[in-house]
Design a protein around this ligand. Structure first.
Ligand SMILES: [Zn+2]
Length: 164
């Protein structure tokens, strides 16, 4: 039996943000640039496998995770919803409503919390692991998680997002 090859993912973190220390330039480069669209399931599969393996090892039940946080610059995100991680490929926000100021943390900014503005409701359209189109409408913490991960895919972290 052949070994299943998985990329050796590690979480990219930026300490002492918002000023990025020199040793974290590499991490910042991945985290602060827009991720690329996924063009095929083949391209997505090893990234998703790596994200799942990382979650199992380090963070079961986290609100969300994006591929750029593991150094894979693809538009893939996990959103925790109803007790499981929904895998989203090339997600797009198609609807949002309301506005609320919230405090958020980020796995990539250890120990930091920032106040950011989020919608009360956010609806996202995405491809699943079978390349089928779906949508998910989230309220409150789910809407926050959706928008937080969408920001990651656009290279935006909460430290530089601001409140307005
Ligand atoms: Zn984050």
């Amino acid at each position: 039996m052949e070994d299943i090859k998985q990329p050796a993912f590690r979480l990219l973190t930026i300490s002492n943000s918002p000023v990025v220390p020199r040793e974290d330039i590499e991490a910042a480069h991945f985290l602060r640039k827009p991720a690329q669209q996924v063009t095929s399931l083949q391209e997505a599969e090893p990234v998703i496998a790596g994200m799942k393996a990382w979650c199992e090892l380090h963070a079961q039940g986290i609100a969300g995770l994006s591929a750029p946080q593991l150094g894979a610059s693809y538009r893939i995100a996990f959103i925790w919803y109803q007790g499981l991680h929904v895998v989203m490929i090339n997600p797009d926000v198609v609807y949002q409503k309301g506005s609320v100021l919230v405090y958020e943390g980020c796995l990539s900014l250890p120990g930091q919390r920032y106040q950011v503005r989020r919608p009360k409701i956010a609806k996202v359209q995405y491809l699943d692991e079978n390349w089928q189109l779906h949508s998910l409408k989230g309220h409150d913490t789910t809407a926050m998680a959706i928008m937080h991960e969408m920001d990651h895919l656009d290279g935006v972290l909460i430290d530089l997002k601001g409140k307005d």
